[in-house]
Design a protein around this ligand. Structure first.
Ligand code: GLN
Length: 548
């Protein structure tokens, strides 16, 4: 039985996907949090993958790693960034997890010989997961985003679980539909019909939305709101206008203009608490987003952004946001250029073009394609003293480049490029070997938060201003310990290491050699927040602004 008292808000998509349901969910969380409530944000992904770690980043976007190490959907990143808080792994649910748990239980004879079925067993497993997420950290409200759109076959069980929770505790459950209202150019008028149909489809599942958030190019006028209200049994003031905006960080402020948190709290019979204290800080960050005083030009050299004729940056969403938080906080608007590293290999581009940027990032990645291009780029950046920030693979490749061109080990490599290379300065971690041999790929990398010790007198130590830090990881390879003393003799500084000093976590070059050349084995971008920019990104952007 659903527990009484905790409030559940389900966010369901109508009409089509990709209209910002994740940001809407994060923003609903934000406005409720700013009323003094402890809010949990939960993401449901209806696919059968157990987690998001095995999916192609070009198609699915970034894999966001939680503190616990669970590999999740990029929406979880927005949730953490908006709430400014770490979320536990119970807040991510996939069909794969649900079905796996039920089937394992069945194999263990835990259903007492009963026939195991979608209803009630799958549905109840889902309800239990929602309740567990609700109870885990003393939260009072859960906002649960059900992935996909109404009418999909894949998410029906999740909607059914939400429905039954409402049936059991009507006062504690509320539904919000995020829809899209097109303005066809030849018609010139905003159309509500697709939204009406989506709501009817949801009605056919036994669910009536309490609120509709209408995404559109333009503001929903009173007429459109009235039409949706009358056709679909929704109060007109519960139809919220969500027009396109420049920055996703505006969305909570826009929602509050329609008094969304007040209306939700009223319906849930909850009091408005400390009125909007936290929102002031948020508003002041948004203010900076809209009033930059200068620009900073940063190139990102990677490989997960070409899909056909389109350039998609979804694979690096946390990196982009992390740059924004530091740049805007320093009063600068980041102008990002995406460069496919392969374009340095096939002669489409020259690495000398990198001179025009204030700084370059090589982000995380996997496999051997695009590596020669990245190495070429890093060599140029290092030699020409362009600020460089390497994230995970970007750090490992900086180590490879240093070995090739400074240590003079011409054939230095990472095992990911050359299995049988002679100088594997980046090698597979000992405990990873067996996993790869057994094709045990899912959820088996070195994942999640680990502590690192920072060396005195380094850029990293000064940036964090702390001796010990904790950062999130996602990798199988590491700096080969056999080469460490050679690197150190040649001037490379290992400024962050695991507490037992066996794993190299941060590399850098001293400031007198290079204005900013730093790489991290972890992913600092995963912990950058609008109200708490990441110190290493901030240091990098400062160096970029100086180069200017
Ligand atoms: N492919 C590298 C590894 O597995 C780097 C991973 C990453 O950049 N996230 O170690």
């Amino acid at each position: 039985m659903a527990k009484k008292g905790h409030k559940y808000i389900f966010v369901i998509g109508g009409v089509m996907s990709g209209v910002g349901k994740g940001v809407a969910t994060a923003s609903i969380g934000k406005v409720l949090q700013s009323n003094g409530y402890k809010v949990n944000l939960v993401k449901v992904d209806p696919y059968l993958n157990v987690d998001a770690g095995t999916m192609n980043p070009t198609e699915h976007g970034e894999t966001f790693v939680l503190r616990s190490g669970l590999e999740t959907d990029q929406d979880m990143g927005n949730y953490e960034r908006f709430l400014n808080r770490d979320l536990p792994e119970e807040n991510y649910v996939t069909s794969g997890m649900v079905y796996r748990a039920v089937i394992e239980r069945e194999r263990n004879l835990e259903y007492d010989g009963n026939c195991v079925e979608a209803i009630p067993h799958i549905r109840d497993e889902i309800v239990e997961r929602f309740e567990k997420a609700a109870s885990i950290n003393g939260s009072q409200i859960s906002v649960i985003e059900i992935g996909g759109t109404v009418g999909d076959y894949q998410n029906i069980m999740f909607i059914e679980a939400a429905r039954v929770m409402k049936a059991r505790n009507p006062d504690d459950v509320l539904f919000i539909m995020v829809t899209y209202l097109p303005v066809p150019s030849k018609v010139g008028e905003m159309k509500t019909k697709p939204t009406q149909n989506a709501i009817r489809q949801l009605n056919s599942y036994g669910v009536q939305p309490d609120f509709v958030i209408g995404r559109s190019e333009e503001v929903l006028d009173a007429r459109r709101k009235g039409k949706i209200a009358e056709q679909c049994n929704i109060r007109p003031d519960h139809v919220i206008s969500a027009p396109d905006i420049d920055s996703i960080y505006d969305v909570p402020l826009n929602f509050e203009r329609d008094n969304l948190s007040g209306l939700i709290l009223k319906q849930l019979k909850l009091k408005k608490k400390e009125k909007q204290v936290a929102m002031a800080q948020w508003a002041s960050f948004v203010q900076k987003v809209h009033n930059p005083k200068k620009e900073v030009h940063i190139a990102i050299v990677g490989k997960y952004f070409d899909t056909g004729d389109f350039v998609l940056s979804d694979a690096y969403i946390s990196v982009i946001e992390a740059i924004k938080f530091s740049a805007y906080t320093l009063g600068a608007k980041p102008v990002l250029t995406w460069i496919s590293s392969q374009s340095f290999e096939n002669g489409k581009r020259k690495v000398s073009e990198l001179k025009k940027y204030d700084g370059v990032i090589v982000p995380g990645g996997f496999g051997s394609t695009g590596i020669p291009g990245k190495l070429k780029a890093i060599k140029f950046i290092r030699e020409n003293k362009i600020p460089y920030f390497g994230l995970c693979y970007g750090m490992q490749l900086a180590v490879v480049e240093y070995a090739q061109n400074v240590l003079g080990l011409k054939d230095a490599a990472t095992r990911e490029m050359h299995k049988d290379g002679k100088h594997l300065v980046i090698d597979i971690m000992e405990d990873q070997k067996e996993k790869l041999r057994n094709k045990n790929y899912g959820g088996t990398m070195r994942l999640g938060a680990y502590p690192a010790h920072l060396k005195k007198g380094t850029i990293a130590r000064a940036a964090y201003d702390q001796e010990m830090v904790e950062e999130r990881h996602r990798h199988r390879y590491e700096v080969n310990p056999e080469y460490i003393s050679q690197f150190e003799e040649a001037g490379l500084v290992f400024s962050g290491t695991s507490p037992d000093k066996t794993l190299m976590e941060i590399i850098e070059l001293p400031k007198k050699v290079h204005p900013f050349f730093l790489g991290t084995q972890f992913h600092p971008e995963l912990q950058a927040r609008p109200l708490a920019p990441h110190p290493l990104f901030t240091e990098f952007v400062k160096a970029c602004l100086k180069k200017k």
